[in-house]
Structure formats: C-alpha cells, structure tokens
Design a protein around this ligand. Structure first.
Ligand SMILES: [Zn+2]
Length: 248
C-alpha cells in the first residue's frame, strides 16, 4: 500500500537535504567539524559567522558546541570590535565576554565610536559608556592635580619642607602631565611606571619608597576600576540574561 511506504523526509538522502533556516553552509560545516572532533581554525571565521553559529547552538540547544565557540571567541577577543562583542553577549546571553568588551569601550574615545557601533551595543550600553568615561575623566583630573601627601617623613629625610615641595612639583610635572596629556593620555599604571623614572630632587630615598608603596596600593586609582566594574556588573545583570536551561 502507498501509505505503508516510509515518506521521504529531509535528510534521508542527498537529494533531500535538511534545510535550516538562516543557517549558512559554512556555519553548518563548522558545527560538523566541531562535532566530529576535527580542529577548527576559528581565526578564519568572521564574527558574523560565529554569531550565526551561536544562534544555531541556541536554537538546537547544543550547549557543548556553544561553550566551545564562546571559549574560542574569548581567547581571540582582541580581534573583534568591543561593540560587536557586546552585541553578541546580549543577543546570545554570553555574560563572560561582556566585561572585557565594556572595559575596552570605556577606554575608546567617544569620537571613534560610529553610528554602527552604537547600533550594535544598543542605547543603554552606549549611554553608560559615555557616563563612565565622563566620570573617569573627572576622576583622572582630580588624581592628576591632588598628589598623595607625605604624612610622615622617613628618618633619613633631612629637609622635610624641600621634600614636600619637590614631591608636589614632580607629581604635577610627571603624573599631572601623563594623565592629562590630550595627545597621549596614559592609564594610571603606565603613568606611575613613567613617573617612577623621574628625578626626585630633594625627596629623600626613604620618603620616595614610602610614597611609591602607597601608589602601588593604589587607593585613589582603584576607585576608577571599582566604579567601572560596578557599572559593568549592573549592565550584565540587566541586559545579559542567563541562557535558559534546556527544557526536558
Ligand atoms: Zn621627606
């Protein structure tokens, strides 16, 4: 009888391929390569392709493949524009790549962010990037002009007044300039590294060591990093939902 014959369904033979809507041949090849344990050189894949692959993994609940692609994206994250990584994180619920991307955006001059970048990261992230940059900029300027004071001079310090004056002047000429230089602004760590190479005039060796120790503890500097991570955590909680567990 006609009805007893097995119907020819997609995937039964080469003439009846499986059509996966929105999934390109390359994406499916990538999936097969992963499934059959062959080395996949993800470096040759465009981020849009990887993005489609993540969509595929989500759609078919292939959590192992998903973890694999995420780990490869993370290890080569420097290749991608942070706005794209943010887009990927929000769209495919990948929390782990968000903080790196947000940190990169916070360090990218606003003038280098195009309309396309803004579209990718979405308004909320974009507004937060502007807000964070404004706050960090103001914090930068405060740190640049308010040097940590030498509260107690070392025993060997022969001239505490000269020591204070020179510390103040060298801070302004060193840290002040490094942090505020519009053409070549330095991050805190780099600024401190260059600052330590300067000549310190009447600042005694003991006082210098003491103050460098305080700089290394980084109380003032750490505020900026803490503020950035708190803003980032807030956005992750709000925008990047945890992937839904597979339904049983
Ligand atoms: Zn001193």
């Amino acid at each position: 009888m006609e009805n007893s014959r097995q119907p020819e369904v997609d995937g039964m033979c080469d003439e009846k391929p499986i059509h996966l809507n929105g999934i390109s041949r390359e994406t499916f090849e990538l999936f097969l390569e992963f499934m059959f344990g062959r080395y996949v050189d993800i470096l040759c894949f465009h981020i849009d392709e990887l993005s489609k692959f993540l969509r595929f993994c989500n759609m078919y609940q292939c959590s192992h493949a998903r973890e694999f692609v995420i780990s490869r994206i993370s290890s080569t994250r420097y290749r991608f524009h942070p706005a794209k990584l943010i887009n990927l994180a929000i769209k495919y619920h990948v929390r782990s790549i968000f903080p790196y991307a947000f940190q990169q955006l916070a360090e990218t001059p606003i003038t280098e962010l195009t309309h396309a970048h803004r579209e990718l990261m979405g308004n909320e992230v974009f507004l937060n990037v502007i807000y964070v940059q404004a706050v960090l900029d103001s914090h930068h300027r405060i740190v640049a002009v308010e040097e940590p004071k030498i509260l107690m001079h070392s025993n060997e310090c022969q001239d505490p007044t000269g020591c204070n004056e020179d510390w103040h002047a060298i801070w302004w000429n060193g840290m002040g300039r490094f942090l505020l230089d519009g053409r070549n602004p330095q991050l805190y760590d780099d600024a401190v590294k260059r600052f330590k190479e300067l000549q310190f005039g009447h600042v005694s060796e003991g006082c210098k060591d003491l103050m460098f120790k305080i700089l290394h503890q980084g109380a003032a500097f750490k505020h900026a990093q803490q503020f950035l991570s708190e803003t980032c955590s807030f956005l992750v909680e709000k925008l990047v939902f945890e992937p839904e567990p597979p339904s049983s």
